[in-house]
Design a protein around this ligand. Sequence first.
Ligand code: SAM
Ligand code: GLN
Length: 261
Amino acid sequence: MTIGDLLDGEFLTDSLVIISHLLKKDKAWVLSHLDDPIEKAVANEIKKLIAKRKNGYPLAYIIRKKEFMGLDFYLEEGVFIPRPETETLVQFAIEYIKDHGIKTAAEIGCGSGAISVSLAYYTKINIYATDISKKAANITIKNAKKHRIDAFVNVKQGKFLEPFENVLNNIELVISNPPYVEPEYELPKESHYEPKNAFFYGSSSLDFYREFKKRYGGKNWIVIMEFSGKSDDKNELKRLFHEVNFIKDLDGVERFFIGRV
Ligand code: SAM
Ligand code: GLN
């Protein structure tokens, strides 16, 4: 058996990524060694992972990483895979932080750390980050260390900003990509391997924002968050927060908002 025999016609890109990951060589190397023989045990492992991928298992969990904002994030099953659309939210926040001289921010639901680690990396401000998942909190710490900005990112497991009650007065801005999927929505197959807590909160796409407002209304923080993009939800967000403006994703859909709580 050769390396080339393992490339799967239907899943060409992903099989190439899996082969290159298992052989610890880059894709160009793999493509220029297609006729090289490959050890049976390694070939079997690669075949197993390609079959798993074809069955809907996310590539990011197989190779244990996902690129976000030009940075590689370490990932494991059980932690939400950062989505490319969230980069628009982060880019907007970076501009806002720079334009307004923000020094301290917080993130609720940090997952792999995609948002907090990129914000700290590109702005060097202090960030308090929480996640209800212990695994997510640990992976955010790992990613902050990987990108050498762990001095700027303070991560704790907990709900909302409960672990940081004693520093709430220092916070100027809160960012989040919270769970906002309708409870009855059937997630695509790939998302079945991600934690339910990343998608669903309470009994509607707005319960997270309502609870956030209940807890922190009057704090006068700037809030920058992702939401469902539904027009009914926009009306409710305008009622919940002050000075709300919506921000479009790259497809032109208003998926993010900035406001004050
Ligand atoms: N920020 C990451 C990103 O954008 O890739 C992860 C976003 S994921 C959609 C939502 C995250 O919020 C999950 O990691 C979930 O565990 C966490 N979460 C859900 N409810 C929470 C709550 N009440 N307090 C803190 N974290 C929460
Ligand atoms: N954008 C996510 C999706 O793929 C939704 C995650 C969330 O609820 N924040 O459906």
